[in-house]
Ligand binder design. Structure first.
Ligand code: UDP
Length: 329
């Protein structure tokens, strides 16, 4: 029988791997608000101490600094949210062997723990499993177009192998797995130096620095505000859905149009400059979310304009608090 996460009961304990990262932070915060205990696990390679500091103000939160590539053990859990892996291209390509190890060996360790404790696990996979797609929007049954030896493959193939492990643990050992394929989440608390496009453009715009558009900016992405992503993950955790499911906002925009939107929203004096398009950068990315709508009753609620406004506000507050800390000479 498929297990679901007991999120409607009180005082349950969940492990969040990648708990100090952007999504890990938001998910942990929501689980704490729902009355649960959260154990955050992170090796702090890209996770943020500031995120942990905020979560640690809560009595039901505990942090474990641990690399999931190395063996570990945790007892008395009711479910595992497995998010750990660098997600920004500059970060996952900085140590590609480490990235593959995190996805493959790390996921193996987390699945072994779920099997041992007989608890459900939710794994955050990615739209990158579709590679540079030759069909759009991407539906879950599409097998993708991934270059297996390119600079992105550590992430793409790592996540594909992790998905494969999830479903083998489900078939062979009866572990209840839920797999979300996330499409470009963004929002407050993403690190300023994360390198992904929304945080980069907003921080460049707020500092009146040039906005770096890669290629001609004709490639598209579909950006999903973080609160929508977390709603989707929580709905998936409570569902019996055992096939991979897309979670993303189907409203698609070119990178150049995003740059113009950010400049307008921040009243910035930034100019746009063009840089080489990274190798294998997907030309289009747009989720088909019929399955999420049908199985979870989920669809994104926050428009790109609203989400960008909230994100700009977050970085702008962060920037002013940093300026205030600089001593006046
Ligand atoms: N991008 C850009 N300028 C930047 C960062 C990213 O033009 O400073 C582009 C990148 O080439 C890609 C899109 O924005 O086409 C989204 O990049 P991101 O790194 O956010 O995530 P990806 O979807 O590629 O994993």
């Amino acid at each position: 029988m498929t297990q679901v996460f007991p999120l409607m009961e009180k005082n349950r304990t969940f492990l969040v791997t990648g708990g100090a990262g952007f999504l890990g932070f938001h998910l942990s915060q929501r689980l704490l608000e729902m009355g649960h205990y959260v154990i955050g696990m992170d090796n702090l390679a890209t996770g943020s101490l500031a995120n942990i500091a905020q979560l640690q103000t809560h009595v039901r939160y505990r942090f474990l600094q641990q690399d999931i590539v190395l063996p570990f053990d945790v007892s008395s859990l009711d479910g595992i949210f497995h998010l750990a892996c660098p997600a920004s291209p500059i970060h996952y390509q900085a140590d590609p062997i480490g990235t593959t190890k995190t996805s493959v060996i790390g996921t193996l360790h987390v699945l072994e723990l779920a099997a041992k404790l007989n608890i459900p696990i939710l794994f955050t996979s990615t739209s990158e499993v579709y590679g540079d797609p030759d069909q759009s929007p991407q539906v879950e049954t599409y097998h993708g177009n991934v270059n297996p030896i390119g600079p992105r493959s550590c992430y793409d193939e790592g996540k594909r192998c992790a998905e494969s492990l999830c479903f083998d643990f489900q078939r062979q050992l009866g572990v209840s797995v839920k797999v979300a394929r996330l499409f470009n989440s963004y929002g407050p608390n993403m690190a300023v130096n994360d390198g992904r496009v929304v945080s980069s453009f907003i921080n460049q715009a707020l500092n009146d620095q040039p906005i770096t558009v890669f290629g001609e900016g004709k490639q598209t992405r579909s950006f999903c505000f973080v609160s929508d992503t977390i709603d989707g993950l929580l709905k998936l955790a409570q569902s019996e859905c055992s096939a991979p499911i897309n979670l993303g906002n189907p409203s698609e925009i070119t990178v150049l149009a995003l740059a113009h939107k950010v400049i307008a929203l921040t009243n910035s004096h930034s100019e746009i400059i063009y840089r080489d398009l990274p190798i294998d950068d997907p030309k289009r990315r747009c989720p088909d979310i019929s399955l999420a709508l049908d199985k979870l009753g989920w669809s994104p609620q926050v428009t790109l304009d609203k989400g960008l406004e909230l994100t700009c506000r977050f970085y702008s507050t962060l920037l002013s608090s940093k300026k205030e800390k600089v001593p006046h000479l």
